[in-house]
Ligand binder design. Structure first.
Ligand code: A2P
Length: 281
């Protein structure tokens, strides 16, 4: 399993299991058990997914020692600010009966459409994240859905810059500009919805490449993301697809194939713009 090293030396597996939309407790037990057996060690959740307790119980039921898995969680928008973010983190840690997250992320930047003082809000929340890191409650800290201007704004006051930016990234949304910025600034990009939420799998260009490679479209999408250096957290509840998504280390895409996938015009996915969004604040 490939590992990605963050700026502070923490290493994360390049493939993890996304748990968004998995809320059923008995299903979670089966999902975590199967994922662990397949080889997944990174579990990505969020306070907003309403599945922290289900995930926690599933991990306990599987009997996985704390140091044997990587736990990533996110603070929700209702807990912005220096104090609130720390309280939220403590609350989530309690649900997992653990005293640290391997990675703790801000779920969304404050939207400039809703908040004229979005920069101050993000700065203040980030100060709380830095405190959590200094206190050892998060081994690494980062953000989600931050665009370049959000990161540049944080730079003005941050003592420690985000180590990870988790964003929607998949063929049809290549995020090349952000990837380049993050490379220069030592931020690892983590791809949420690396399969475009399952909506890009019937794309003809991808199907052609997959046929040539004798791989599935999902594997081609993930391999493309892997070669871009991003961490991938595909979500599936199906053990066969877990295996399929994990089995991407024995082939590679050449430059022509990478470029062709880069050129796929916008398609699939979640498509929430962190500047435009209103309902998420
Ligand atoms: P399922 O859970 O039924 O497998 P993303 O990670 O981009 O959000 O995509 C998740 C969606 O893609 C889910 O609907 C999931 O459905 C589906 N999916 C995950 N892996 C595969 C795969 N290898 N082949 C087809 N669909 C997949």
């Amino acid at each position: 399993m490939n590992q990605v090293k963050l700026i502070n030396g923490v290493e994360l597996p390049q493939i993890g299991l996304g748990t968004w939309q998995i809320t059923d407790r008995s299903q979670m037990v089966e999902v975590v058990s199967n994922a662990y057996d397949v080889g997944y060690r990174l579990f990505d959740t969020a306070a907003a997914y309403s599945n922290e307790i289900a995930l926690s119980k599933a991990i306990t039921e599987k009997g996985i020692a704390r140091e044997a898995y990587i736990l990533s969680d996110k603070v929700w928008n209702t807990s912005r600010g220096y104090r609130a973010v720390q309280e939220a983190c403590h609350k989530s840690l309690k649900k997992f009966k653990t005293d640290y997250f391997d990675l703790y992320l801000i779920h969304w930047p404050a939207s400039m459409k809703l908040y004229p003082d979005w920069e101050e809000i993000n700065e203040d929340t980030w100060r709380g994240m830095e405190q959590l890191y200094k206190d050892g409650l998060a081994k690494a800290i980062g953000v989600c859905n931050f665009k370049i201007h959000h990161l540049e704004s944080l730079k003005k006051t941050a003592e420690i810059m985000p180590m990870v930016d988790q964003v929607e990234l998949h063929p049809g949304l290549n995020q090349n500009e952000l990837l380049e910025y993050c490379k220069v600034n030592d931020i690892v990009v983590e791809a949420s919805s690396p399969l475009g939420n399952g909506q890009i799998l019937n794309n003809e260009n991808l199907q052609m490449i997959a046929e040539n490679k004798k791989k599935t479209v999902a594997q081609v999408c993930l391999r493309w993301g892997l070669q871009k250096g991003s961490i991938l957290i595909p979500k599936t509840t199906n053990v066969g697809r877990m295996q399929e998504n994990f089995d991407i280390f024995n082939f590679s895409l050449d430059k022509k194939e990478m470029d062709a996938i880069d050129k796929i015009s916008y398609c699939g996915g979640i498509g929430i713009d962190s500047d435009e969004v209103e309902e998420f604040g």
